[in-house]
Design a protein. Structure first.
Lengths: 320, 298
C-alpha cells in the first residue's frame, strides 16, 4: 500500500514538474509561427492568389485576429486536442499526427532495441576485456558509429543490400499489424542506420560506467569472498551500472526521434519526421506548429517515464 | 593572485616543475594519441577549407555537360556530377562552408552559452527562469527544432547557422551553469567575495577561467554536431540553396544517380565522416587532458 502511494506521488510530482516545460514549449511553437517575416498567407497562397483568397487564408489561420485572441485560441485548442488544420494534408493536425506518429514510434522502438542490445553488450564486453584487442575494436566501432552520418550509412546500405544484392527493398513501409515480415523487411535497414549513432554513444557510456563500478570496493569484496566472476559481473556490477545508464535512455529516445527525420525521408517511410519535413518544405505552418508541439510533448512524457523507472531502480532517489 | 585552483591541482603524471600550466597542458595534448589523430583528420579538412581558392580553382558551380558522370580519375580527381561539375571543387568548397558554419555555431555558443550559463549559475534569482526556457528548448528533438526554425527563417546558410545556434546554445549553457554552481561555492571564491570583489570581477577573473575546461570539450563535440546537423538540413533541402555546394546538398542531388555514379554521394559522405570523426577524437583527447573527471578510463 505504502509503496503504491509513493509511486503515485512520484509520478504526480514528475508530471507537475513537466508542466512549466510544456507550457514554454507550447509558447515557443506558437511564437515561432508568428515570427515568420512577411505575410504567411501570401506565402501559402502563392503569387497568383487574389486578395479575397488571401483574406480567406488569413481568417482560416486566425491571423486576422489580435495576438491575444490568437494565443487564447491556441491554448483553447490545445485543451480540446484541436491543433488546427494541415494545409498540405487537408486534415486535422491531431488526426494526421495520430496516423503518422505510430510509424515513427515503431521505427524508433526497433532502433532502440538494436541500440540497447548492441550498445550494452559491446560496452560491457569492452569493460571486462579492458585494454585488450576486443576493447579496442569495440571502441573503434563505437567511434565509427558516432561519426558516420545516418543518412550516409543509409545510402550505402541501400546501394549494397537493396540494389546490388536485392535482399531488402530500397524504401517504402509496411505496417507491423498488416504484415510483420514485411515490416521487418522494410524497417530493418532504416532502424540500423538510425541506431548506429546511439549504439556508439551507449557503448562508450556503458564501458566507462562499468569500469567505474568494477573498481568499487564491494566488487573486490564479492570477488574476495569467492563468488564466481560471472555472478559478480552480472549481479553486483551490472545491476549497479544500469542505474546511471537508465538516465541516458531518455536522451537516446530523443536522438532517435530527431534522427528519424532524415531516415524516414531517405527510406520513404510515412512517419512524423517525413511529414514535418514535407510540411516545412510546403510551408504548411499549422502542421509544423502542431506537429512540433505534439512530438515534443510525447518526448516529455517518455522522459517522465524514464525518470520514474530510474527512481524505482535506485532507492536513494526513490526515498530522497 | 587571481588564479584559481588550476595551478594548485597537480596531476600524478607531471613532475613538479616551474613550467607554465598552459604549456604543460599543451605538451600533454601533443603526446595524446586520440588528440593527435583527431587533429590530423580535422586538419585535412581545415586545410582544404582554408586553401579552397588555390587547390580548387575551378568554379564549383560551372556546368560542363559534355563531362558529366566522369568517374574519379586523372582528369577529374573526384569525378564529375550530373551537370559535369567538378566534384573535387564542389567537395572542397563544401568543406569551406561546413567549417564556416561549424565555427560560427561554436562561436555563438561560446558567447551566448557562456553568458546564459554564467548568469543562471551565479545569480540564483535568474536561475529558475533561464533554466526553464533552457529545458523547454532542450525538450525539442534537435533536428526537428532546427527544421522548425528554418520554416520560420527560410533556407539559407545564415539561417542554418542561426537555427543550429538556437538548438545548441541551451545545451552549452547547461554545462557552463553546472560548473559555475560548483565554483561559486568554492572557498577561494568566498575569499574573493570577502575581499570585496564585485560580481563581474568574480565571474570574469575567478569563476569563468576555471569553468573553461568542460566548455572547451563541449565546443569541440559541438563543432562535430553542427557540421553533421548542417549536412542533414541541406540533405533535406533546408540548408544552403543549390547551386551553392554543401556536402548535404551534393549528396541529396547524387541520390538519384547513386547506382551509375556512386562517387557523387560517397566522396562528400567520407569527407563528412572524416570531419566528424576528427572532431570527436579531438574532443576525447581534450577531455582526457583538460577534464580528467569525465575521462573514459584508459
Amino acid at each position: 500500500m505504502k509503496r503504491n502511494y509513493e509511486l503515485a506521488s512520484l509520478v504526480l510530482r514528475r508530471v507537475l514538474g513537466a508542466l512549466p516545460v510544456l507550457l514554454i514549449v507550447s509558447l515557443i511553437t506558437f511564437g515561432m509561427m508568428r515570427l515568420i517575416p512577411g505575410d504567411p498567407s501570401s506565402i501559402i497562397g502563392g503569387l497568383s492568389a487574389t486578395p479575397a483568397q488571401l483574406a480567406q487564408i488569413r481568417s482560416d489561420l486566425g491571423l486576422d485576429e489580435p495576438f491575444t485572441v490568437q494565443l487564447l485560441r491556441w491554448y483553447g485548442g490545445l485543451l480540446h486536442g484541436n491543433l488546427g488544420r494541415s494545409i498540405l494534408m487537408g486534415q486535422d493536425v491531431m488526426s494526421v499526427t495520430l496516423q503518422r506518429l505510430p510509424v515513427t514510434i515503431a521505427l524508433s522502438a526497433y532502433a532502440l532495441v538494436i541500440t540497447l542490445v548492441l550498445g550494452l553488450a559491446s560496452g560491457i564486453l569492452a569493460a571486462l576485456r579492458q585494454n585488450t584487442w576486443i576493447d579496442q575494436l569495440a571502441m573503434m566501432i563505437a567511434m565509427l558509429g558516432i561519426s558516420i552520418p545516418n543518412f550516409f550509412l543509409g545510402l550505402l546500405m541501400i546501394i549494397f543490400f537493396a540494389v546490388r544484392l536485392g535482399w531488402l527493398p530500397t524504401g517504402g513501409y509496411i505496417g507491423f499489424t498488416d504484415d510483420p515480415v514485411g515490416w521487418l523487411r522494410t524497417s530493418t535497414m532504416p532502424a540500423i542506420s538510425l541506431a548506429l549513432l546511439q549504439v556508439g554513444l551507449l557503448a562508450r557510456i556503458t564501458r566507462s560506467t562499468m569500469l567505474e563500478v568494477l573498481r568499487q570496493d564491494y566488487i573486490r569484496t564479492a570477488r574476495a569472498k569467492g563468488l564466481p566472476r560471472r555472478l559478480v559481473v552480472m549481479k553486483h556490477a551490472l545491476s549497479n551500472a544500469l542505474i546511471p545508464i537508465t538516465t541516458v535512455v531518455g536522451i537516446i529516445v530523443s536522438l532517435l526521434v530527431s534522427g528519424s527525420v532524415v531516415t524516414e525521408t531517405l527510406f520513404s517511410i510515412p512517419g512524423m519526421g517525413q511529414l514535418l519535413t514535407q510540411a516545412v518544405l510546403n510551408r504548411d505552418y499549422p502542421m509544423v506548429q502542431g506537429g512540433l508541439f505534439l512530438v515534443t510533448a510525447f518526448l516529455v512524457l517518455i522522459n517522465i517515464g524514464v525518470d520514474v523507472c530510474y527512481s524505482l531502480l535506485d532507492p536513494r532517489v526513490r526515498h530522497g | 593572485m587571481d588564479s584559481g585552483p588550476a595551478e594548485l591541482e597537480f596531476d600524478a603524471e607531471i613532475p613538479f616543475t616551474r613550467e607554465h600550466p598552459a604549456w604543460a597542458t599543451l605538451k600533454r595534448l601533443f603526446h595524446h594519441r586520440l588528440f593527435l589523430s583527431g587533429l590530423g583528420l580535422f586538419g585535412i579538412i581545415l586545410l582544404a577549407a582554408a586553401l579552397a581558392p588555390w587547390v580548387a580553382p575551378v568554379d564549383p558551380t560551372k556546368l560542363a555537360m559534355r563531362f558529366k558522370f566522369r568517374p574519379p580519375g586523372a582528369d577529374f580527381a573526384f569525378g564529375t556530377d550530373n551537370f559535369g561539375r567538378s566534384l573535387w571543387s564542389r567537395v572542397i568548397w563544401g568543406a569551406q562552408l561546413s567549417v564556416i558554419i561549424g565555427f560560427s555555431v561554436v562561436a555563438l555558443n561560446a558567447v551566448f552559452g557562456t553568458l546564459i550559463g554564467a548568469l543562471a549559475g551565479y545569480f540564483r534569482t535568474l536561475d529558475n527562469g533561464l533554466m526553464r526556457v533552457n529545458d523547454a528548448l532542450m525538450a525539442f528533438p534537435a533536428i526537428l527544432l532546427a527544421i522548425g526554425i528554418t520554416a520560420v527563417l527560410g533556407p539559407s546558410t545564415l539561417d542554418a547557422i542561426l537555427a543550429l545556434a538556437i538548438v545548441y546554445i541551451p545545451r552549452t549553457a547547461r554545462i557552463v551553469r553546472s560548473s559555475v554552481i560548483v565554483l561559486r561555492e568554492m572557498e577561494y571564491v568566498q575569499a574573493a567575495v570577502a575581499a570585496g570583489a564585485g560580481h563581474w570581477r568574480i565571474l570574469r577573473r575567478h569563476i569563468l577561467p576555471n569553468a573553461m575546461a568542460p566548455l572547451i570539450v563541449q565546443l569541440s563535440f559541438l563543432f562535430a554536431y553542427a557540421v553533421l546537423s548542417e549536412a542533414t538540413l541541406s540533405f533535406l533541402g533546408l540548408g544552403a540553396v543549390p547551386p551553392t555546394p554543401t556536402w548535404g546538398n551534393i549528396m541529396a542531388e547524387g541520390r538519384q544517380y547513386m547506382i551509375e555514379a556512386p562517387w557523387i554521394i560517397t566522396i562528400p559522405g567520407i569527407a563528412l565522416m572524416i570531419t566528424v570523426m576528427g572532431l570527436n577524437l579531438l574532443g576525447d583527447g581534450l577531455r582526457d587532458v583538460l577534464d580528467p573527471r569525465l575521462r573514459i578510463q584508459q
